[in-house]
Write a protein that binds this ligand. Structure first.
Ligand code: SF4
Length: 248
């Protein structure tokens, strides 16, 4: 058995339509390459006591036995952490799920280079686009905006479903200049002609804050909560550009 036979996760469970269409069996994969200060899953940023290694064949078996409850187009969702930190094993898993007729979804920060095969094996992709500001993406998140843009554009060009999520955070990405930057890039995605391109605004919350203390980590965000006005500035740009906004 090699490392590619296993997926490292820190949580799993079922939910309905929040992480892809229909009823989903959701696996939270350990490890992330970014460092978003507001991350609500700090226990998943690296391997901890919560991390469990599961054989890929066992995940496939679990998914097959859950087929009866995959209603409304449901299936398996891989989220994180960041799923592409375990790219080789994830690709094997996605292919096996597809071979067994199971709908696949990944939720990703899109900041690591993808391979074409992953795009092919993913039926529904949820990708964050956290900021149009190259410098902030680099200095605050530790990511490269061009990689993120390229991944989203490539996915949009395939014509397959893509839900772009914007976590709206007051100190980080609010205001007219940011909204205009979001609109500019989203129009580039729309220009691909993808008819299954959706956008969702997620407002800042502190559901994960308590976990930081338990893990001995600092929680540094003090100006995250947004106002309705902050939301409306971005929402108006999305609507003016006829982008499909959804709430999951
Ligand atoms: S990309 Fe997601 S999992 Fe990674 S640090 Fe940011 S919020 Fe957390």
């Amino acid at each position: 058995m090699s490392d590619c036979d296993y997926i490292r996760i820190f949580q799993k469970g079922f939910n309905y339509s929040q992480d892809g269409p229909g009823n989903r069996l959701v696996y939270h994969l350990s490890g992330c390459n970014l460092k978003c200060p507001w991350c609500s899953n700090p226990e998943g940023l690296k391997d901890t006591d919560a991390t469990v290694k599961i054989n890929i064949n066992d995940i496939v078996k679990e998914a097959i036995s859950a087929k009866m409850i995959f209603i409304d187009g449901g299936g398996v969702t891989l989220t994180g952490g960041e799923v592409t930190c375990q790219k080789d094993a994830v690709l094997i898993l996605l292919k096996k799920l597809k071979e067994n007729g199971i709908h696949t979804c990944i939720e990703t920060n899109a900041s690591l280079p993808f391979c074409e095969e992953i795009f092919e094996a993913v039926d529904y992709m949820i990708a964050d686009f956290k900021s149009p500001d190259e410098e902030k993406v680099k200095s605050i998140l530790g990511g490269d905006i061009n990689t993120i843009r390229n991944n989203l554009l490539y996915r949009a060009e395939t014509g397959k479903p893509l839900l772009v999520r914007i976590p709206l955070i007051r100190f980080f990405n609010c205001g007219k200049e940011n909204a205009s930057g979001f609109g500019d890039f989203f129009n580039i995605l729309k220009a691909t002609g993808n008819t299954e391109l959706y956008f969702e605004i997620l407002t800042y919350h502190e559901y994960g804050k308590d976990k930081y203390e338990k893990l001995g980590m600092d929680y540094s965000v003090s100006d995250g909560f947004v106002t309705q006005e902050d939301v409306n500035i971005l929402l108006n740009i999305l609507k003016e550009n006829n982008l499909k906004v959804i709430n999951t």
